[in-house]
Each structure stands twice: as C-alpha cells, then as structure tokens.
Design a protein around this ligand. Sequence first.
Ligand SMILES: Cc1ncc(COP(=O)(O)O)c(C=O)c1O
Length: 381
Amino acid sequence: MDGPRPHRLRWVPGIVQAVAPDGVADLAPGYLDPELLPTGLIADAYTEALEEYGAAALTYGENQGVLPLRQALAERAATGGRPCGPEHVLVTAGTSHALHLLATTLARAGDVVLCEPVCYDFGRRILTDRGLLPSPIPMDGEGPDPAALVEAARAHRAAGRRVAFVYLVPTFHNPTGLLVGEHRRRELVAAARENDVLIVEDDAYAELRLDPVVMPPSLAELAGYTGVIRLCTFAKTLGPGLRLGWMIADPVLTARLAAGGLLSSGGGLNHLASLAVATLLLDGRYDRRIARLREGLRARRDALVTALGGGVAVPHGGFFLWLPGLDAGAAERAGVRVADGARFGAPPGPVSRLSYSFNPPEELAAAGRRLAALLDLTPTA
Ligand SMILES: Cc1ncc(COP(=O)(O)O)c(C=O)c1O
C-alpha cells in the first residue's frame, strides 16, 4: 500500500479511534470503510432537520426520543406482524450506551450475565466494568443451547448468585457471523421465559443481510416485547459517529428509563441527530441507503472469500468472517491485521475474526491471498 488514500487524510489519531500503521491491511476493526460512510446524505439530513424544526431541533428533546423517529422505528421492528408502538422505543446514544444503561439500572455488581462462549468483546467489557460476571453458555451450529441456558441459570441461582440477564447477538453474530434461525430463537425465548431470565438481544447487524436467506423475527418480537430488550444502532448502517441507536422493550421499562435523572436532566439522547435520521427514515432514503450499503458489503465479503478459497464458512450478513486455524500473530507477520479470537472468549484453538467491512474489495482480495498462502488454502478464482 502506498500511503493513505485521499478520503483517509483526516483519518488520523486525535480524530478517529483506530488507525492501522501504513503497510498493514487492517481487517481487525468492525468499522465501515470510509468510502461507505454517507457524509453527503447526513449533511442533507441535518440541514433539513434544522430547516423543518428550527429552534426545536436545538433545545432539549423529548426524554424518550423524538416521536417521528420512534414511530418509524416501531413500524420497522414489527416484521412478523406483532404490533410495536413508539411507547416500546427508547432512543439511545448507540448500543454501547444502552448496554451501560441496562447494566447500571437492571443489575448490580456481582450479578451474573449469561452470554455466548465467544461474544462481542466490548459488550462484555461494558458489563465487567460494572462488576457483572459473564458466564458462557455453550453454543452449537444453530446458536446458543437453550437447555444449557436453563441449566446455567439454575446452577447460578442455587449457588446464591443473581442472574441479571442473558446477553445474545443472534443476528450475524460478532464475532462468528452466525444467524440464529427462527426455531432456535423460539426455543431460547421459551427457555428464558419459563426460567424467568431476561434476554438482552444485541441486534447491531439486523439490517445487513447480504444473501437471500429468510430473516427470522427478532427475539423481542417473538416474545411480544416482554422479557426481551432489543438493542439496535445506526452505527453499522449510517455511521458510528452519529452515536445514535434505540432500544425496543416493554413500555414499563422505556417509561422508567425516560423518567430517570439522566434523561430528565439531559433530554432525549442526540436530539438533533434523531431528527435528522428521522427525515431519512420517513421518505425512503434510509432504505435506499441500506440497499446500496448491502451491495458494497457483499462485494467486499465476496472479494475476501474468493481470495481465501474453499473451506471458509461464508456469513450471510454482517461484517465478519470467523476463521478457525488462523493465528492472529502469524497473520500480522504476513502484513494482515486480524482480531485474535481470544479477544472474544476462550476458543479451543487458534481462530481469528476477519472484518470485511473496513477495506475496499481490492485490498480485501490482496489480504485474503496473503492469508490463503499462510494457511495453504486454494483460492477459488
Ligand atoms: C454486537 C455489537 N454490539 C454493539 C456494537 C457497538 O454499537 P454502538 O456503536 O451503537 O455502540 C458493536 C460494534 O462493533 C457490535 O458488534
């Protein structure tokens, strides 16, 4: 690689979170490629929000989040026909914020949080920062094992520990890419309900289906929006810099959070961003944006998978490919940075997470060829 591309000139320490050294193909971060971030669209949306709402866009916003956004998000949530209303939606400053909010309001230090054996590392960090104790439950090829969930909850309670909730990423899982099907989802919802375990469903990648697979309803929808709190974000579809997301939960919980000191003092989170994004949802521009983004992500995933050759499990959506056998240190020495599987839990052998969201197809293909040579894989084309 010969230095930063023009659109990366401002992609520098002091402005952005992570910068890979020159000459390293960085397949570690779960970021969108700068080329996939819609700066023009967001500029238009902010201008329109300020024109339409004037000073009301710059004051403290409605605690629970602005109604037009909540209404639009509630309508999108109900894919399987079970009605969801704006009262179920609470606007957040993204999923990290929502998890922190739940960890502080629904749990106390020393509580157990059941989770997948390899799970979103920073999600787990948010929980452990609050003194919560992650406890992995086994997962098979279909997803987390419902019987193991029940057994773990019983064992913790028998030992006098409170189970605050189970934290799951059932849709295009970070880091494995797995999509949990409807049957397993129903089993998980039933097992959790029968054993009085709250589910926190992190659905960051829900909109990023890349293949014509059937999308199962969310756990929250299957549960009728009680017993499951679903966390969603615009970080993976529009851009993490917006710091905008939402929670779908029982109206008793959303009202309780909205009435708390944080939102009573500061008003709805990211009020102006909420009004701007609502304009995109209401006139179809958000859907058109998602369609284009999926094309961009599909091209990137396919470039990486093709270069890696046979034998890799191809994710049907999201940002990540999970590659057993690949040692992150060896990859780095070959000039490709990947996320070491050990970041996400305690996998049995070497395994790495490769993100195809952050680089253009030609760079992913070049990185994939280096990794294929390292692993002795045969590229398919
Ligand atoms: C599963 C999962 N949840 C949450 C996040 C972060 O979301 P946000 O930027 O909205 O805090 C990520 C980003 O990597 C993620 O992969």
